[in-house]
Ligand binder design. Sequence first.
Ligand SMILES: *[C@@H]1O[C@H](CO)[C@@H](O)[C@H](O)[C@H]1NC(C)=O
Ligand SMILES: *[C@@H]1O[C@H](CO)[C@@H](O)[C@H](O)[C@H]1NC(C)=O
Ligand SMILES: *[C@@H]1O[C@H](CO)[C@@H](O)[C@H](O)[C@H]1NC(C)=O
Ligand SMILES: *[C@@H]1O[C@H](CO)[C@@H](O)[C@H](O)[C@H]1NC(C)=O
Ligand SMILES: *[C@@H]1O[C@H](CO)[C@@H](O)[C@H](O)[C@H]1NC(C)=O
Ligand SMILES: *[C@@H]1O[C@H](CO)[C@@H](O)[C@H](O)[C@H]1NC(C)=O
Length: 455
Amino acid sequence: MRQTEAAGSDRQFFLGTILVIICLSVFSVKAEDAYRYYTWTVTNGTIYPLGVPQQGILINGQFPGPTIECVTNENIVVNVINKLDEPFLITWNGIKQRRTSWQDGLLGTNCPIPPNTNWTYKFQAKDQIGTFSYFPSTKLHRAAGGFGGFNIAQRSVISIPYPKPDGEFTLLVGDWYKTDHKVLRRMLDLGNTSLPLPDGLLINGISNGSVFTGEPGKSYKFRVTNVGIETSINFRIQGHALKLIEVEGSHTLQDTYQSLDVHVGQSVAVLVTLNNGPSKDYFIVASTRFTKPILTTTAYLRYAGSTAQASGPLPTGPTYHIHWSMKQARTIRLNLTANAARPNPQGSFHYGTIKISRSIVLVNTQAKINGKLRYAVNGISYLDPATPLKLADWFNISGVFSLNTIKYGQTSGLPTLGTPVIGTTFHDFIEIVFQNTETKIQSWHLDGYSFYVVG
Ligand SMILES: *[C@@H]1O[C@H](CO)[C@@H](O)[C@H](O)[C@H]1NC(C)=O
Ligand SMILES: *[C@@H]1O[C@H](CO)[C@@H](O)[C@H](O)[C@H]1NC(C)=O
Ligand SMILES: *[C@@H]1O[C@H](CO)[C@@H](O)[C@H](O)[C@H]1NC(C)=O
Ligand SMILES: *[C@@H]1O[C@H](CO)[C@@H](O)[C@H](O)[C@H]1NC(C)=O
Ligand SMILES: *[C@@H]1O[C@H](CO)[C@@H](O)[C@H](O)[C@H]1NC(C)=O
Ligand SMILES: *[C@@H]1O[C@H](CO)[C@@H](O)[C@H](O)[C@H]1NC(C)=O
């Protein structure tokens, strides 16, 4: 495998989003749903995640940012004050926002917050229970920080298909560069087709130092998100099995794994029982997938009262094996009769029998256009218009985007620049097929809707 095959790219940074504009009925906020208010000041500060000083993006002085813990149906109000010298935009992952989908924090629907300005995001944590994250959406800011956990618990009237854990931990795992994000950005802009190999992996902003303490015999929920820029990771805990209970807001059939691949942007939740005998520390390991060399970082699972340091060889995980990863992904099946913030939100458990009304094939390519590395989908490289797509759509402003002009499967020739939008119809049951013709892993951010991975 060549070095370039090692790196993946998070398409939400480089590709631009093809927006599927879907008309939904307007829901009103119910008075009884609680509000949670946050004021977040985003600053630039010196951090030392790999032992050397560098400028990071802090939220209220923290790297990573604070974790939002909320309950389904709560209204979240976050006043974000941008003290960086660049516009800043936050994506709230995991919010299937109906009324407020324009607040999702992606170009096209939301404008970045200019320096020394504030903007208040308001949305409702609706219809999904689970493990999510928020992160900066533009300018490779995520390579500098500004991300955090976003956990949505079930309301008391909703049951979950596993016993209540005795505690829970949020683990934000990601690749990390000692290089400033502005320098990384310039490398890509100058036409480099990939970023260099990351300098390391971090767990909650540090390497080889985080400690998670639990009581012997008890069970804990570990929420694991890959907050990195481009590298898939494998996660495992020495001497402990991982019972997978949830992936991005969908409860799963609860299979047990020795290790789990978590790709960029993905979140999983596992139950871990501290039943491995004596009170000691055990290694928690995250290692890179598909890279040469493999980068590894550790943290510690500490049994309360532990008197012994973690010891022995680190548990091994898969390295380059792409097929292993695909095979594992196919073993993850959703429990369609469990998990919903309200029962049966989609109106059917029988997904396999619903007629697919539309199949959308998206083929990604990359090319140098005007000396810049650009990604394209179906032959069009997305240009962010001055007027956000949602506003253009709402106010019927013509000439901002081109509707349904995209040609499916088109990959030959140099991509053209454009602002394509695919229109769909309410109640369509859509299948989206992604075709990656390149030698790198691609991860896509499907925003605003809850998708089921079928193959
Ligand atoms: C962070 O601060 C440094 C030093 O003042 C500055 O050069 C850099 O542009 C700042 N970055 C951001 C994103 O504000
Ligand atoms: C900016 O912050 C102030 C208070 O700090 C608040 O009153 C105002 O509504 C905020 N503006 C926006 C656009 O969010
Ligand atoms: C392109 O990437 C290579 C390998 O990471 C690096 O050595 C080189 O300096 C980069 N070029 C630019 C223009 O940043
Ligand atoms: C953390 O530990 C791993 C595994 O021992 C090692 O490969 C890595 O270099 C360490 N990272 C740092 C920053 O010390
Ligand atoms: C699926 O969810 C239902 C409803 O909560 C639960 O009764 C059932 O045990 C779950 N199945 C599995 C395999 O977890
Ligand atoms: C946009 O056009 C639609 C359909 O013609 C119309 O129903 C709607 O009121 C228009 N919106 C505005 C803000 O003018």
